[in-house]
Design a protein around this ligand. Structure first.
Ligand code: ATP
Length: 443
């Protein structure tokens, strides 16, 4: 919801405008003079301001740079009874977004507010696309020859258009994030942003602020207000990866947001609203976490409205060849090579391998193969060591770095342990650490 500051010394106009904006779904604060306007803009975050150019004895023009110094993102629309091109040009030079002549009518106000909202939505979308571009990957494949995966994909397409919270379950690297992105793109929210937050990567305080925003001074380092991802994704979707690692302190906040679409910024008292669809993912046994009182039962039921299970790659061997060939075409192109497939030995090794890192590991193996291939096919020799010695004992050649030893051992334990939880226990690290290491090594 847009936060607007109305600055006018004429109480009548200020109140009427504020009332109209409020009744049309915006949040509004009012200021009658320069001091009040600066105090408000320092205390809260406004995306937009209506500024009268005659503020008693003060000149509203002088306020523009001061407001923008505090809130560079603010879209200021100046209003004056004395519409003159000169003042308009001057205001725009000082950084005003638009200009409106008094007396104005509701249509003019709606038009200018609508323009600001459209621009902010576009900015949000650009930010999300920028983040997306940083992780370029081959085009996702959303077809399968495996009946279980086919059912998952069919249900994903069906649920996409609803507003239901979706819980994606599957091992790391099975494609939960890719499917979440697809669900967003298949939904009516596709034109709005998709935000992605990985719960284990942030401390509880930072996660809360990343999600819901914070007020200036709420904690050390909070030098200015921040709106948070929930606000940035208004009308869009928020994907919460590894939801099982959501800290207990944030669980009630998320529950409230899912139930009522309401939240408060860290250090803030004002209740804000946003229309955001939640998709969550986990590879954890959430039911067990509920039994152990690590995860709130009420939140679990809220999240578990529509569950989609993505099978691990080893349970869909019929898809390995198609996926690998698809990825190979992508990496051949990006490496400026002509590659038309895998040798029979390479393909046999890929089919019999357990793929503990699922599609992520397959992608990495194919990328490596594409880089190392010298002819038109990827040979067994071009694939990672792990594929060649899948069934053999854990062996180490000489001159391995400590990092390589760690990667190999983690791969081995993840491939042989019955669950990721047990793998973490064998390795003597917590699940979040294992998760980070698997991400780093592409397991
Ligand atoms: N449908 C797909 N088609 C092609 N490649 C895919 C697909 N799904 C996943 N991948 C590959 O696997 C990688 C990991 O996928 P993704 O991040 O979606 O997995 P994840 O289940 O969310 O993993 P984690 O639980 O570790 O976050 C992707 O970057 C992509 O290279």
């Amino acid at each position: 919801m847009l936060n607007i500051l109305v600055i006018d010394d004429e109480a009548n106009i200020r109140k009427t405008l504020a009332l109209w904006l409020k009744s049309h779904g915006r949040q509004v604060c009012q200021a009658g003079d320069v001091q009040a306007a600066l105090a408000e803009s320092r205390a809260r975050m406004f995306e937009m301001a209506f500024l009268d150019l005659r503020l008693g004895a003060d000149n509203g023009l002088e306020l523009i740079p001061k407001l923008l110094a505090d809130s560079p993102w603010m879209k200021i629309v100046v209003m004056t009874a004395y519409s003159s091109i000169d003042t308009a040009v001057q205001a725009m030079r000082l950084g005003a977004f638009d200009y409106i002549a008094k007396p104005f009518n509701p249509e003019q106000i709606e038009l200018v507010v609508g323009r600001v909202e459209a621009m902010l939505a576009m900015q949000n979308r650009i930010d999300c696309l920028k983040a997306d571009l940083q992780s370029l990957h081959p085009e996702a494949v959303f077809s399968s020859a495996n009946p279980k995966m086919q059912r998952t994909l069919e249900m994903a397409r069906q649920v996409a258009d609803s507003e239901a919270v979706v819980l994606l379950r599957g091992e790391s690297g099975t494609g939960k994030t890719m499917l979440a992105r697809a669900i967003h793109n298949w939904s009516r929210r596709a034109e709005f942003p998709l935000g992605i937050i990985s719960c284990p990567t942030l401390t509880p305080e930072l996660l809360s602020s990343e999600l819901f925003g914070h007020m200036k001074g709420a904690f050390t380092g909070a030098v200015r207000d921040s709106a948070g991802r929930v606000a940035a994704c208004d009308h869009g979707t928020l994907f919460l990866d590894e939801i099982g690692d959501l800290p207990p302190a944030i669980q009630p906040q998320l529950l409230r947001f899912i139930q009522d679409h309401e939240y408060e910024r860290v250090g803030g008292t004002e209740t804000l609203r946003a229309d955001v669809r939640i998709i969550a993912a986990t590879n954890m046994d959430l039911e067990e976490a509920v039994r152990q009182k690590k995860f709130r039962e009420d939140l679990f039921y809220r999240l578990n409205v529509f569950q989609l299970e993505i099978p691990p790659l080893r349970e869909r061997p019929e898809d390995i060849e198609t996926l690998a060939l698809d990825m190979l075409l992508f990496f051949a192109k990006s490496n400026h090579k002509v590659l038309n497939g895998f040798s029979p030995e390479a393909m046999a090794a890929m089919r019999s391998y357990g793929w503990p890192g699922n599609l992520r590991e397959l992608r990495n193996a194919v990328e490596r193969g594409a880089i190392l291939a010298t002819g038109e096919t990827v040979e067994l020799a071009h694939l990672p060591e792990a594929l060649k010695q899948e069934s053999g004992p854990l062996s180490f050649r000489e001159n391995l770095t400590l990092e390589e030893v760690e990667e190999r051992y983690i791969r081995h334990v993840v491939a042989t342990a019955p669950s990721l939880q047990q793998a973490a226990e064998i390795l003597g690290i917590d699940q979040a650490t294992l998760w980070r290491k698997r991400k780093a090594y592409g397991i």
